[in-house]
Design a protein around this ligand. Structure first.
Ligand SMILES: Cc1ncc(COP(=O)(O)O)c(C=O)c1O
Length: 436
């Protein structure tokens, strides 16, 4: 089911709320204002129907049996891969299904580690070989999913973990690019911070990784695209990254599925991480040879219905157009920023220039714990996230343990932003901190 044609007057959005059954829910009698899409998005009927149609009419094991249902399931599964690949400018064989971004990033870190254990896949694997003389560079703004796996890889291999630092407003400080040098094998960074909404200078980081990093081709570049792919046009080839991770559930798709993009020649050189059925070419009692990518990285039964829902989500977003979605969310983000600036006692964590950010906005309400802020907003039907959002180092950097985060999706409207701002303005007065 295609989305209804885009309308963008004040109370409208390019993805109409009527396409999203959840958005009809009332929260204690209040209209649900969902501003937690950075954590997980709501799903349109097109996605729910695709999953339900597969489960009720086509469910079978993919790529395994010769009966009709198995054929239908395999076709639907591979068509979903094609849709997701097209959505990010990749080829289908460059998209590996994972359970989400966390799994995609762990897959990479473990696979690199497996080369260290002497299991390379030909000469090109040397680029992934990490040892005590090497470094891995991340940024201080990472979600734990793009930090802890690299910390662990460093512990296993003796490599040094370094990070690009941040300017006062949480944007990446390009003056710290000198932390990338001839020892650097991997540069891994988030395209968009899940705390500040800041858009990383991707082209500059890729260029620095190529020019300054190890060997003739420079460092391998890993993009955590979890917070960018759902909100703006992303073309992995044009960005020039080697790998990218993103999750279906943040882009209107189901939970339990995500993707690792890998440039074809690099995936071909990468050893597997999980072993078992479906990822092999031949197995004897003496040894095993592995299938070509992407199947080499898809051991065991996959989340088939969810992958099909992921394909439907990519189709739904494509039908609207990511340019249109980015434009809409930017406009709402600007309204949110302007409105927040007018409320006394609120500190925005992140850049204030709308050009440098997406619709993810974390803030501190002075004198009020984020959980209390969240509860007060919830009483008006407004769902936001509170806590450290799995990004403790950047919270430390801002000198806070936690924050409140409002994050936009393509279904949000100006009315949503207004309702949020009105409720937020009552928080400090509620605690006697401000005259209303
Ligand atoms: C920037 C970023 N990276 C990685 C992740 C992890 O995604 P998932 O939980 O879907 O694996 C998230 C989720 O919040 C995120 O925002």
């Amino acid at each position: 089911m295609a989305p209804t044609p885009a309308r963008t007057p004040a109370s409208q959005s390019p993805a109409p709320a009527s396409d999203f059954p959840m958005l009809a829910r009332k929260i204690d009698g209040e209209r649900l204002v969902y501003l937690d899409s950075g954590a997980t998005s709501q799903r349109p009927r097109a996605v729910l129907d695709a999953v339900s149609d597969f489960e009720t009419r086509h469910n079978a094991a993919v790529s395994r049996s010769s009966h009709l249902l198995a054929g239908e399931a395999t076709i639907a599964f591979e068509e979903a891969r094609e849709k997701v690949a097209r959505f990010v400018g990749a080829r289908p064989e460059e998209i590996v299904w994972t359970s989400g971004s966390t799994m995609a990033l762990n897959l990479l870190a473990y696979s690199f580690g497996n080369i260290a254990a002497g299991r390379g896949m030909g000469e090109a694997s040397a680029r992934f070989l990490i040892g005590p003389e090497d470094s891995i560079v991340v940024t201080r703004a990472e979600h734990h999913a793009n930090l802890v796996p690299w910390q662990e890889l460093c512990l296993r291999t003796g490599a040094e973990l370094r990070w690009l630092d941040l300017r006062e407003d949480g944007t990446i400080d390009t003056a710290t690019f000198d932390r990338i040098d001839a020892t650097t094998k991997v540069v891994a960074f988030a395209h968009v911070s899940n705390v500040t909404g800041a858009i990383a200078p991707a082209a500059q980081i890729v260029a620095a990784a190529r020019e300054r990093g190890a060997g003739d081709n420079g460092a391998v570049v890993v993009l955590d695209a979890c917070q960018s792919v759902p909100h703006m046009p992303v073309d992995v080839e044009a960005l020039g990254v080697d790998f990218a991770a993103f999750s279906a559930h943040k882009m209107l798709g189901p939970t339990g599925v995500g993707a690792l993009y890998g440039r074809r020649e690099l995936l071909a050189a990468l050893p597997p991480f999980l072993f078992g059925g479906s990822m092999i070419e031949t197995v004897t009692m003496e040894g095993t040879s592995y299938a070509a990518p992407p199947r080499r990285f898809e051991a065991g039964t996959q989340a088939v219905a969810q992958a099909i829902g992921f394909g439907a989500a990519a189709g739904y977003l494509s039908a609207i157009g990511m340019e249109q979605i980015a434009k809409h969310e930017k406009r709402l983000g600007e309204l949110m920023l302007e409105g927040i600036r007018r409320i006394p006692g609120i500190r925005i964590l992140g850049p204030e220039r709308v050009e440098e950010r997406t619709g993810v906005l974390a803030f501190e309400v002075e004198g009020v714990h984020p959980h209390d802020v969240g509860q007060i907003l919830d009483a008006s039907g407004i769902a936001v996230r509170t806590g450290h959002h799995c990004a403790q180092p950047i919270h430390d950097f801002f000198g806070v343990v936690a924050s409140t985060r409002a994050s936009l999706g393509p279904y949000n409207t100006e009315d949503d932003v207004r309702a949020f701002l009105e409720a937020l303005a009552t928080v400090r007065p509620f605690f006697g901190l401000e005259e209303q």
